[in-house]
Design a protein around this ligand. Structure first.
Ligand code: ZN
Length: 179
């Protein structure tokens, strides 16, 4: 950040009184511009034995497969955001079953929260951010063409727990690494 979003003056990076880390502070109007992690919400939509994946039409990871998910908007709940992203990316309607995986991605300042969800019908189609939307059996999951580690972690956990017959709620922290 270079300029104050309130008054347009140049901001300084310094530790405000009573704080313990550097912030963008505006010397003209006194505004402190906090920057905090962003929340990515989405679903793992299931139809019978299959799960729904979307092939990305946008960067990053254009052409790779993902679960429908995206940045939460102000004014909506995590559940509303997850259903909205599922509608936008896959034109699909789901019923949320339970929060499933929370994946901290501290090196890019994000938290990904994915819900297990039941697809309500087969009336889905690629939204503007998707090239393709498809249902996959476990055996057909394109493991080498998944867009994000939070997606592969969530899918692996899901198939393993489905074999065992019960689903938990999980938190993972991704280490900074390639992929
Ligand atoms: Zn200012």
């Amino acid at each position: 950040m270079k300029y104050c979003a309130h008054c347009g003056s140049e901001v300084e990076l310094r530790v405000p009184a009573g704080d313990n880390r550097p912030r963008h502070v505006c010397p003209a109007c006194g505004s402190i511009h906090y920057q905090n992690p962003r929340m990515v919400v989405g679903t793992l939509p299931v139809w019978e034995d299959k799960v729904m994946l979307c092939r990305r039409a946008i960067e990053p990871r254009h052409g790779y497969w993902t679960l429908p998910a995206g940045f939460m908007e102000n004014g909506e709940s995590a559940a509303e955001g997850a259903m909205r992203e599922t509608r936008e990316e896959a034109c699909a309607r789901v019923e949320l079953l339970a929060p499933y995986t929370m994946v901290s991605v501290p090196f890019i300042d994000q938290i990904h929260l994915l819900f297990r969800a039941r697809l309500l019908d087969l009336d889905f189609a690629p939204g503007t951010e998707s090239l393709e939307v498809k249902l996959f059996d476990e055996a057909d999951i394109p493991w080498d063409e998944l867009a994000f580690r939070s997606v592969s972690l969530t899918l692996r956990t899901f198939f393993e727990e489905r074999r065992q017959g019960s689903f938990g709620v999980h938190h993972f922290t991704l280490p900074a690494a390639a992929g």
